[in-house]
Ligand binder design. Sequence first.
Ligand SMILES: *Cc1c(COP(=O)(O)O)cnc(C)c1O
Length: 399
Amino acid sequence: MSTTTTNLESLIQLDQAHHMSTYGRLPVTFVKGKGTRLWDETGKEYLDLLSGIGVTNIGHCHPAVVEAVKNQVESLIHVSNLYYTKPQLELAKKITEISFGDKCFFANSGAEANEGAIKLARRYAKLNGKEEAFEIITALRSFHGRTMKTLAATGQPDKQKPFEPMPPGFKHVPLNDIDALKKEINEKTCAIMLEPIQGEGGVYPCDEEYLKEVRALCDEHNILLIFDEVQTGMGRTGTMFAYEGFGVTPDIMTLAKGIGSGLPIGVLVASEKASVFSPGEHGSTFGGGPVVCAAALATIKVIEDEGLLENCRNVGAYFRQKLEDIKANTDIVKEIRGRGLMLAVELAQNNAKDIVLALLKEGIVANNIGGNILRFLPPLCITEAEIDAATSVLARLLV
Ligand SMILES: *Cc1c(COP(=O)(O)O)cnc(C)c1O
């Protein structure tokens, strides 16, 4: 074996010796990706049903993204946001054309986009005569990021505990319970922040009726509605943004995972009325750089040109039916949840991790959330034939 070949064992040793043990990694190293496929160092091929974690929505190393990034890297990689750059401003224009938003701000991750949303909501309240309003209500089981503020926003006490005390300003309510939400709204509230479908929490969708009532409550109290679409955005649920499918428009939306095809970018999108930052109130060194913005522009174009929203709806429905068929034949599957190609299988026992490892052996990449939930976020270009192949393996493991 040549010395340049990566070796899984040596990588595991390097990880243990030199990387903080923040990730529960699976025993595989990937060296190549193309479309719905990944390859490990031995040349073994895998079908990717996870897309990073909902990142490579248009498939791995799409030629349009590769070309856009190559061209941009060769001409200009970075200048400060003190200057105008075309990819950034074209991307802002594109996002506002295809969404409810009027203005964008570019960050480098989902958590950072959410930090921006939190600041924006507080600023909006102050500018609208609510000097004392700073609290944001979020849902239990939600996930909004790993920075201290977004961790405080995250409705998962087990993730917060090791780092207490949490910064103040967040309240958590059970999802889809409008009365519980009403009880928490007061003169201190500046926004309600929700994922249309909770991703990291286990793929729990909001009820459409609930979201409509939340929208009405926000209007009634002049507080902002923030949708964290970091995971649900960029076609994942069958519409470009999940809010379209739910028929409820937020004032602020955050994007990240799927928009840059793997390059780090987060976006804060807001309506005209909520776009209240003044010069100097927010900023980023790297945010909105030419390379990531070129990648994002190319990604959006591929979603549009290749009919990936339609494919997501069709193949998503097909995948869901296949999962329902498995469920009908076993007591091990309790529930199927999700929309489009954001799907979860809840198991009746705590063996989701074992199933994920067994799938990996069979050349299928999937994910478990906790002990009993399997999550699937395949590339939006996946075919019915690929779903057939994956679900027949899954059926063998589950039934
Ligand atoms: C992944 C995720 C985040 C955090 O994004 P990072 O880029 O890891 O900071 C925030 N919100 C939701 C809904 C996510 O799925």
